[in-house]
Design a protein around this ligand. Structure first.
Ligand SMILES: *Cc1c(COP(=O)(O)O)cnc(C)c1O
Length: 229
């Protein structure tokens, strides 16, 4: 098989597992968006994914994402930034992404805002720390409401929901249940924030069971990362 055929086979296999899980959860396919996380992979792979019908792509490092999004501008993809961010990079990231999944502190809000509010809104997830250690980023659950209020008061940002990564030492399903509860907290402040970004290659079935709407799937589709770029 060519590499493109293998990529297509892995994509189809993941999509079939997603469809099965959505049915099992009694949910509808339209509720779930599959984002392919392409960090560490070259633009050629993203072109192959686009040819296979992929529209939503995720990146996690600004230095890598900026040139890739520029080079692939002709594809009209929807770009998701899923990685940790320094606040001095946020303004630059805003220029090339449509969604940010990792808003976890108020210091990011001003650089992400569009100042006078004339551009398209940036769709945001608040990342919640599910480990209680801040190791993989995310806001402490106790900081969730003030952060959501500050985000809602910032021009040019649209709060869509919560994002989380389960701790390594916990069953993903119980961590996703806590994320779902965090989402309910946010929805009391913004009823339209109904999205939940959860589920990676190893745990997307559990995430779907707990109500995930945006899956961030990398290696199960792309194969192992081979290079930076
Ligand atoms: C890399 C990454 C993913 C994808 O992880 P896989 O295990 O390769 O599916 C998802 N979310 C975030 C935040 C990531 O950094």
């Amino acid at each position: 098989m060519t590499s493109e055929t293998r990529l297509g086979a892995r994509l189809a296999a993941v999509d079939e597992r997603i469809a099965d899980a959505v049915r099992q959860a009694g949910r509808r396919q339209e509720e779930v968006t599959r984002i392919v996380v392409t960090k560490g992979h070259p633009v050629a792979l993203i072109r192959e994914l686009a040819a296979l019908g992929v529209r939503h792509v995720g990146e996690s490092r600004h230095q890598e994402a900026e040139p890739k999004t520029a080079e692939l501008a002709d594809l009209g993809l929807t770009w998701h930034f899923v990685g940790q961010l320094q606040s001095n990079k946020a303004r630059a990231v805003r220029r090339y992404v449509d969604w940010v999944h990792s808003v976890d502190r108020t210091a990011l809000l001003r650089p992400f805002s569009d100042g006078d509010g004339d551009g398209p809104p940036l769709d945001c997830f608040i990342q919640v720390d599910l480990a209680g250690t801040s190791g993989r980023g995310g806001a402490d659950p106790s900081a969730l409401e003030p952060l959501a209020e500050a985000l809602l008061a910032t021009s040019g940002l649209r709060l869509r929901g919560v994002m989380g990564v389960p701790p390594i030492d916990e069953e993903p399903r119980s961590a996703f249940a806590r994320l779902r509860a965090a989402g309910e907290t946010v929805r009391r402040l913004e009823p339209a924030a109904t999205a939940m970004s959860a589920g990676m290659s190893g745990d997307f079935v559990d995430a779907i069971m707990e109500g995930a709407t945006h899956l961030r799937i990398g290696t199960a589709i792309t194969g192992m990362r081979t290079a930076h770029g």
